[in-house]
Write a protein that binds this ligand. Structure first.
Ligand SMILES: Cc1cc2nc3c(=O)[nH]c(=O)nc-3n(C[C@H](O)[C@H](O)[C@H](O)COP(=O)(O)OP(=O)(O)OC[C@H]3O[C@@H](n4cnc5c(N)ncnc54)[C@H](O)[C@@H]3O)c2cc1C
Length: 817
């Protein structure tokens, strides 16, 4: 064996051991064997053995390693890592790590993902979706809600209370529905397809709020008192955290609760004097009980030694003296109940604190824990439901609406946004399926919740833009006949609430993800915060594990860069195989880049929001890709769905790749070096092709199984806009051959308008039956309703005081006459 061959063989053995994440002892043994072979063939002499010993002995002998290596690393680490604030610690420790941890491993276990049980509904949940949920969709007229009443009508409110829509999360023992997270998601999806006001009103009490907080942290007395009343709708809750001075920085609320003596029911007691000014609070104008977050102080040490107890959550009945409530904000013409609440010297007993006095100061932790669950369900489901309905509607509309003598959906330019809407509808539903299944399995996925909230609401925004573009003026002119405008107007609400999106992307996803999901970082941080020999040992284990992990991801990234990912084993042999393999590659890349970013920037990484955002994007797209593959797998790998899977995976992987490249382009010399290693053969992920877009657009324009699966669970009864469009789509398709027949018989190419007259012509020429003529008449009526928009007498558009003054003026005129 030549020297070169031995060197190459030794490097390959070392690389293979690192790739496979062999233990330090195994890795050392591998090198010793290679050196022994080298000695046997006279390549390795004593000098090389001494060098090897100098490297391996301290690494493998724990006492030497701890003193010689780990101690200095630990003290350097402590200098670089900033102190964590209590709120940061609470946010980090809240929730659990699930599949997001695998994605951070650089080596996701796809079988484990496939083995996650499929999300399914119980018979009771199905009955609710087909019964009360369908019914309330029929009852609601969104134009009446958003324009005429700026609220839901009383009978709809009552129906929601009676049917326990506000009690989906409340346990059965308290009279609630106790639905799975997946069922809640399906209910919200259906409602969101009909009305944003309806979906928001139902979403909020089932998300973060008194119900959720009481079930987790309430005292028995609080649970027994409130939960049955919340379940029956006798109490309407809201939750007030946001203040004018503290929006995104919610931990900085200035609202205070000072422990003091005061009078309560004629007796002097120790209680809390609250002063607060909250805004943007959903359901506040109609709420009967307020969940209130405030900072608690005990300056006279009436309940303990601590003077500043921290953020605390309490339940305050609406009619408590000093509470000002009832005024409304007007969120972008999507007038769900939302408004300010103020409190001036509101005195309440200590047992108004959720969980009682022992929970004073624990409010932040309670909030972040509950938020991780709610954030995975409400807004992602509302967004997915909205886009599922709009995907079907856009497909139908683009077949019904013709320009240049063609359905507009057949124009290549329109195919592109249509494919985006359909591909995203598939993807968004996939994300809600996996995320809610995680919750149903007992997870509290804080990182996944942030990913789902950010990306689903951003996709809602881009798909709403696409749908508006395709509908042209039809989407713009508001009125009872417009099924897009209010959803479009409501998008910024979804973007802003539950963690405004820029902040969520820039700080939360990766900020939590890096520390929570990384297999070693949290362990290092915890060990470095402790003292003594045990802490040193823990740190040693974490830091050397971390080094091995980073080396493995480096070797994998180099190997995959040259196409080695195509050799990685994955549990799929169909057209999706390449996606699993690309995900393996990107997972190793992300884990490596994450370590490089943390190594280069240390504690300042949390201020480098653009680096954090792009690393967060990588983690997010890996998660989204997993959801798509899981959905395809769970639904039986249906071949006909592949165009949607291709679109969703290609779009996701392409965005992942671009996030990586953008990060590298902004990362100086290290970035250039890493790009050379990770992309020696150039980009690997392509955007969805025009050919695939074409297939999707065609699929979306006519009834078929793929399209039915895409819109599964949405409100499609003919009473609603979308059901009507579905009927008209079917009619148009049935009318096309009849129209052709009449044109042929008449020897003339008519335009595809005035179908009733074409029917009459067909009858006259004797080529159409009465039924066929009736079909053409119905199609024409449906076609006109689909393409027409509303118009109004000018006075009908007057709102509020102007409308009142106008009515009064007319009344006076009438009286005078
Ligand atoms: C319709 C509606 C309903 C709501 N319902 C409730 C409710 O029921 N209860 C409740 O307590 N609150 C509620 N909110 C409040 C909501 O949670 C806040 O609006 C949200 O937290 C953002 O605060 P802000 O609007 O003051 O924006 P700001 O905090 O002023 O943020 C402005 C912009 O700056 C960005 N930003 C801020 N800090 C950073 C950072 N560090 N890095 C990057 N970007 C940053 C944000 O992402 C945002 O884009 C509601 C809000 C609305 C509009």
């Amino acid at each position: 064996m030549s020297i070169t061959l031995w060197i190459v063989a030794t490097v390959l053995v070392a690389a293979a051991l690192i790739y496979k994440r062999a233990s330090l002892a195994m890795f050392s043994a591998g090198l010793v064997i290679m050196f022994a072979i080298g000695s046997a063939i006279d390549i390795v002499g004593p000098v090389l053995w001494v060098i090897l010993a100098i490297v391996l002995v301290p690494l493998n002998l724990a006492p030497i390693r701890l003193n010689l290596l780990t101690k200095p690393i630990l003290s350097a680490y402590r200098k670089v890592m900033p102190e964590m604030s209590d709120t940061e610690r609470d946010a980090l420790e809240a929730g659990t790590v699930w599949w997001d941890g695998d994605l951070f491993s650089g080596d996701p276990d796809w079988k484990k993902l496939h083995d996650v049980p499929k999300a399914e509904l119980t018979a009771e949940e199905k009955a609710f979706l087909e019964g009360p949920c369908e019914e309330v969709c029929k009852m609601l007229n969104d134009w009446e809600v958003t324009h005429e009443l700026t609220d839901m009508p009383e009978h709809v409110w009552q129906y929601l209370k009676d049917e326990k829509f506000f009690a989906m999360i409340i346990k059965k023992e308290y009279g609630g529905l106790e639905f799975s997270a997946y069922a809640q998601s399906r209910v919200l999806q259906k409602l969101a397809g009909v009305s944003t006001v309806l979906a928001s009103t139902v979403g909020v009490p089932n998300s973060l709020g008194p119900g959720e907080l009481l079930q987790h942290y309430g005292t028995k007395e609080q649970q027994d008192h409130y939960l049955p009343r919340l379940a029956s709708g006798d109490e309407i809750p809201c939750f007030a955290l946001t203040s004018p001075e503290a929006g995104s920085d919610a931990g900085a609320i200035p609202d205070s609760g000072v422990v003091c003596k005061g009078e309560w029911n004629g007796e002097e007691i120790v209680g809390i004097k609250l002063n607060f000014n909250k805004r943007y609070i959903t359901l506040a104008p109609v709420a009967t009980v307020l969940g209130l977050a405030f900072k608690m102080y005990d300056p006279d040490n009436l309940i303990g030694e601590e003077e500043e107890l921290g953020i605390t959550c309490a339940l305050i009945p609406r009619d408590t003296k000093g509470v000002e409530i009832g005024r409304r904000h007007f969120p972008l013409n999507v007038p769900f109940q939302n408004g300010p609440i103020r409190g001036n010297d509101v005195f309440v007993p200590l047992d108004y604190i959720i969980g009682g006095q022992k929970n004073a100061g624990k409010g932040w932790r309670m909030l972040v824990e509950c938020l991780s669950v709610g954030r995975s369900i409400t807004l992602p489901s509302n967004s997915a439901g909205g886009i599922k309905s709009i995907a079907l509607a856009t497909g139908a509309y683009s077949r019904i609406r013709r320009q240049f003598k063609l359905p507009i959906g057949k124009m290549e330019g329109v195919e592109e946004p249509m494919a985006r809407i359909a591909g995203n509808a598939y993807l968004m539903d996939a994300v809600t399926m996996l995320s809610t299944k995680g919750i149903d399995l007992g997870e509290k996925p804080s990182v996944i919740g942030a990913i789902a909230k950010y990306h689903m609401t951003e996709k809602l925004r881009s798909c709403m833009d696409d749908a508006m573009d395709i509908h042209g003026g039809k989407g713009i002119c508001l009125g009872p006949n417009n099924y897009l405008g209010r959803g479009y107007q409501g998008v910024p609400v979804a973007i802003t609430v539950e963690g405004a999106n820029i902040l969520t992307r820039s700080m939360m996803i990766y900020g939590q993800g890096a520390i929570r999901c990384h297999p070693f970082v949290l362990k290092e941080m915890e060990a470095s915060a402790e003292q003594g020999p045990e802490a040193l040992k823990k740190f040693d284990k974490a830091v050397f594990g971390h080094i091995g992990f980073a080396m493995s991801n480096f070797v994998r990234s180099v190997f995959y860069g040259f196409g080695g990912h195509r050799l990685s084993s994955v549990p799929a042999s169909d057209e999706t195989r390449k996606y699993y393999q690309q995900m393996n590659r990107f997972s190793a890349n992300m884990a490596l880049l994450s370590d490089i970013a943390m190594g280069k920037l240390g504690g300042s990484l949390k201020r480098k929001e653009r680096v954090s955002a792009r690393l967060g994007d990588m983690l997010s797209y890996l998660y989204i890709g997993s959801c798509i593959l899981k959905r395809f797998h769970d639904q039986g790998r249906i071949k006909e769905d592949l165009p949607l899977v291709h679109w969703a995976m290609q779009d996701t992987l392409h965005k992942l790749q671009e996030a990586q490249l953008e990060m590298l382009a902004n990362f100086g010399g290290v970035g250039s070096f890493m790009r050379a290693i990770m992309y020696p053969l150039g980009r690997i992920a392509k955007r969805p092709s025009d050919k695939n877009d074409h297939k999707i657009a065609r699929m979306l324009m006519s009834p078929n199984d793929v399209r039915t699966r895409l819109g599964e669970g949405q409100f499609l009864s003919p009473e609603g806009h979308f059901g009507f469009l579905e009927q008209t789509l079917q009619d148009v398709i049935a009318a096309e051959p009849l129209y052709d027949k009449v044109c042929k018989a008449a020897g003339k190419r008519f335009t595809f308008t005035q179908l009733d007259q074409i029917g009459a012509k067909g009858k006259e020429l004797g080529v159409l039956s009465d039924d066929e003529v009736a079909l053409l008449e119905r199609t024409e009526a449906g076609r006109l309703r689909t393409i027409n928009v509303d118009d109004f007498a000018p006075e009908d558009l007057l709102a509020g005081k102007a409308a009142f003054d106008y009515a009064l003026k007319n009344l006076k005129k009438g009286e005078a006459a």
